[in-house]
Write a protein that binds this ligand. Structure first.
Ligand code: ACO
Length: 318
């Protein structure tokens, strides 16, 4: 599998830590030292479809392709604008694509799961050129009165176009079936027959448990997948990790004995945008000219489920 183009889109409103202190009992110092986050982009008059469309169009332009060149569309999203039809169906209509289109929800690990599904579709010949769009509006999921979660997240979309050209690609996915540590319950509806239902609840997270899980699993997944690809940790040119928290990135980096320049990060200005963090970071680095043909990238994400995903891929784009 090869990456042909990348794109991303963010809402225009910047929410700083200081602005959060106007309605929450928190401080810039607490948020910065615990997470590294200084600000995040939050939707005001944008919807998820608009962000997904802008990211998709930017990725097509970067790949020098037209919408009709894409023969499979996968969107990674926790909660689309409409639960049905999928975000992918809404996006294909706006973008002018007519191909199979589906949503996938693996929370923050969604980009890795989507890449692995794409790789399978390419290998079996069911698709020749796929688009993956990860679009998340975490500001709709969090409880804005809960300081322990709402300060962590942001909104945005990242996209890639891939094809099946000869290249190194190795992925590893896991899932633990743990609903208690990280969850969000939507409105249960108003069925007069339903005898009991969990009431609607904004995003809940046991932060310390997620922290421990993230550091240990990300470190293990990366060692495992890099080894399975027949590579050494030092041969990787760039590690792109789910941008949840600066301390998690640092903990994984030091356990892998890698230098800081191999672990680029944008969490300071973006916050955690769930499955969109890695494709957004990848797009920012691509546009900054950070990647060179032949570079080896290692990706790793973790999230609700609890799910994890990691992969190694060679950057081939000129
Ligand atoms: N401002 C000020 N104080 C706060 C805030 C806040 N925003 N949030 C919590 N506190 C308080 C708590 O109430 C608690 O106070 P107490 O001691 O009086 O009870 C104190 O700070 C410590 O709270 P902890 O939860 O123990 O804080 P911790 O040091 O563990 O940091 C954090 C919390 C940043 C969430 C950390 O656990 C973490 O990074 N976890 C990983 C979370 C993560 O990465 N999630 C994303 C992955 S999954 C996904 O992407 C959906």
């Amino acid at each position: 599998m090869r990456i042909l183009g990348t794109g991303s889109a963010l809402p225009k409103f910047t929410l700083t830590n200081d602005r959060l202190t106007e309605f929450l009992d928190t401080s810039d110092e607490w948020i910065r030292t615990r997470t590294g986050i200084q600000s995040r982009q939050i939707a005001t008059d944008e919807d998820l479809l608009g962000l997904a469309l802008s990211a998709a169009q930017a990725a097509l332009e970067d790949a020098r392709l037209e919408p009709g060149d894409v023969d499979y569309l996968i969107c990674s999203v926790i909660e689309p604008d409409t639960l049905t039809p999928s975000l992918a169906c809404a996006l294909q209509a706006e973008a002018g694509m007519s191909c199979p289109a589906m949503d996938l929800n693996c929370a923050c690990s969604g980009f890795l799961y989507a890449l692995d599904v794409a790789d399978s579709l390419l290998r079996t010949g069911k698709a020749k050129r796929l688009m993956i769009v990860c679009a998340e509006m975490m500001s709709r999921l969090v409880d804005w009165t809960d300081r322990s979660t709402c300060v962590l997240f942001g909104d945005g979309a990242g996209a890639v176009v891939v094809d099946g050209g000869e290249n190194l690609f190795r992925a590893r996915l896991t899932s633990e079936g743990n609903v208690g540590i990280l969850n969000h319950y939507p409105d249960p509806g108003n069925s007069p027959f339903l005898k009991s239902a969990h009431p609607a609840q904004g995003l809940y997270m046991d932060g310390q448990e997620v922290y421990k899980f993230a550091v240990s699993h990300s470190t293990h997944d990366l060692k495992q997948v890099i080894g399975e690809a027949g590579l050494e940790l030092d041969q990787i040119d760039c590690y792109l990790l789910h941008q949840a928290n600066k301390r998690i990135l640092e903990a994984v980096r030091t356990r892998l004995h890698q230098p800081p320049e191999k672990f680029p990060s944008n969490v300071e200005k973006r916050g955690n945008i769930s499955s969109a963090t890695i494709p957004i970071l990848m797009d920012e680095l691509n546009r900054a000219g950070r990647f060179h043909p032949g570079d080896l990238l290692a990706l790793s994400a973790f999230g609700a489920g609890l799910t994890t995903g990691a992969c190694v891929i060679r950057w081939t784009k000129e």
